[in-house]
Structures are given as structure tokens and as C-alpha cells.
Design a protein around this ligand. Structure first.
Ligand code: AMP
Length: 280
């Protein structure tokens, strides 16, 4: 497995693979990899001849006062995980490689990004779309792998690929959880032991919502309220949002008919965590 830092090196490697007729999968990440990322890499390795993992903490998707500087980084550990999982190339660029001083072009979206995480993180998805577009143009993969953990991101990327005619298959992968239900996240490392315990309220409240969906509750507000009520029993938790939206267009729903996304963002102390369930 090779680790490269420049766009030119990625292009050279992918060109050589293409000359051999090999297919290429891409797994975009911000690093500090865990079993959630690994599940994406495993799937990519199973479905492609060669796999590129990008490790890049993308400054453009962090707002003022967010955790860009403190975001955890450990390249040695990430490299070991990628190698063990069977990845072929890690692309680990410096911000200046991705965004040279004269950088001035952006990819933005006028639907899907206004609600959910987009409400409290207004510039986030412009940063995500721009960096993922660049990665698609640099790696030119056949398939790219994204986790349902970031459900809005998955919907946004699918839409971008459709709108901008990227000939890339977007593969959505299920949420990987700790044994007690907490969705795995690089940001879980911010939690102290008391907060780690309190963070269980996310998956527990969503389980309550899921139970109601499965038993046929059609009133979205009742499901929403049941989740809110449960989160509010946890003193360390502060709700950012609890939403029940149409999984196709991310618009809020009143009556549940088609596929829905139940998505939540909750501060546990200073750490903002997200989780969700999708009912098809
Ligand atoms: P990140 O490094 O947080 O930007 O995540 C990189 C990719 O891994 C994204 O597509 C995430 O949705 C995915 N991912 C992160 N955590 C999980 C998880 N617990 N289960 C599945 N996928 C995940």
C-alpha cells in the first residue's frame, strides 16, 4: 500500500491501474479511522480491483468555532488500518494541495442542504460537495462509498452525482455501532466517561422512534415528540434537532407514507453527535 500527498501521484497510479483494465473504488474520510470507516473499505475491497482511501480533514466544511483544529488525527494508525483492510493507496494531501492560494471555485446545492445539519452548519455542505467533487475528479473512481451515519451527506452526494452527471456509483453503507448502541464516530473521543454514558441517549431514543415506526405509527410528530421526550431525560444532552423527513427529498413529513429518515443531532456537553434511522 502506498501513501501519497499530491494529486499528480494519485493520477499517475490510477492511470497505471486503468491501463491494466482494473476497477477503482474510493472511500473518502477525514481520518482517525474506526470500524465504521473500515466497513466502507471492506466493501470497497470486495467490489473493486483497487481501493483508494482519502484521509483529509477538509477545512472548507468546518464553520467558525467548530472543531477543525482539535479534530483527532493519527496517520500511522490510519495507515495500519487501511493496509490491514486491503486498501491499495492512501491519498493524504495537505490543505494547500487541495486549496492553493488562488482557489476560487465551489460546488453548492440549492436543495437538500437547508435543513437538518445544514441549519446549524450553513457552509458545511458546500465544503463537502466541493471536496468530494475534487476527489472524484482526482481519483475518477468507478464506485465511491459513504456511510448512512451521515445520512444527509449521502443524500447530498447522490444528488450531486445525478445533477453533475458523474459516472460514479454511490454505495451507501449501514451504520456501525459500539456494542452498547452508540454510533461509531471519530468525535466520540471527545467524550469523558460520564458523557460517553450520556451519549447512549441518541441510539436509545432512536430505537424508541423506530419501534413506533415499525408498529405502524403514521403521525410523524408523535414519533418526533417521543424521541424529544426521551432525550430530555438526559441532563447532559441538548437537542440541536430531531426531524422526521422524506428520505427522497429531506423535506419534513406530517404523515408517514414512503421512505423516511429520522435524524437527530444532540450536544453531549460540548460534543455534537448525530445519528439516524431510515425506514424504507
Ligand atoms: P468521516 O471521516 O467522519 O468524514 O467519515 C467518512 C465516511 O465514513 C463517511 O461516509 C461516513 O458516513 C462514514 N462513517 C463514519 N462513521 C460511520 C459509522 N459508524 N458507520 C458507517 N459509516 C461511517
Amino acid at each position: 500500500m502506498k501513501i501519497v500527498e499530491t494529486v499528480a501521484e494519485v493520477r499517475e497510479q490510477v492511470k497505471a491501474w486503468r491501463q491494466e483494465g482494473l476497477s477503482v473504488g474510493l472511500v473518502p474520510t477525514m481520518g482517525y479511522l474506526h470500524e465504521g470507516h473500515q466497513s466502507l473499505i471492506d466493501r470497497a475491497v470486495a467490489e473493486n480491483d483497487r481501493v483508494v482511501v482519502s484521509v483529509f480533514v477538509n477545512p472548507m466544511q468546518f464553520g467558525v468555532g467548530e472543531d477543525l483544529e482539535s479534530y483527532p488525527r493519527d496517520m500511522d494508525r490510519d495507515a495500519a488500518l487501511c493496509e490491514k483492510a486491503g486498501a491499495d493507496l492512501i491519498f493524504h494531501p495537505e490543505p494547500s494541495e487541495m486549496y492553493p492560494q488562488d482557489f476560487s471555485s465551489f460546488v453548492d446545492m440549492s436543495t437538500l442542504t437547508g435543513g437538518l445539519c445544514g441549519k446549524t452548519r450553513p457552509i458545511h455542505f458546500r465544503g463537502v460537495c466541493t471536496v468530494v467533487s475534487k476527489l472524484f475528479n482526482i481519483v475518477t473512481p468507478d464506485r465511491a462509498y459513504f456511510g448512512q451515519k451521515d445520512a444527509q451527506q449521502l443524500a447530498v452526494i447522490r444528488h450531486m452525482v445525478h445533477d453533475l452527471s458523474y459516472g460514479i456509483e454511490i454505495v451507501g453503507c449501514p451504520i456501525i455501532r459500539e456494542e452498547d448502541g452508540l454510533a461509531k464516530s471519530s468525535r466520540n473521543t471527545y467524550l469523558n466517561p460520564q458523557e460517553r454514558q450520556a451519549a447512549l441517549i441518541l441510539s436509545q431514543s432512536l430505537a424508541e422512534g423506530k419501534k413506533r415506526l415499525e408498529t405502524g405509527e403514521k403521525n410523524a410528530d408523535k414519533i418526533r415528540q417521543a424521541i424529544v421526550d426521551q432525550i430530555e431525560t438526559e441532563p447532559l444532552a441538548k437537542i440541536d434537532y430531531v426531524e422526521v423527513v422524506d428520505w427522497n427529498n429531506l423535506e419534513p413529513v406530517q404523515t408517514i407514507q414512503g421512505p423516511v429518515l429520522v435524524a437527530i443531532a444532540v450536544y453531549i456537553g460540548k460534543t455534537r453527535l448525530i445519528d439516524n434511522v431510515i425506514q424504507q
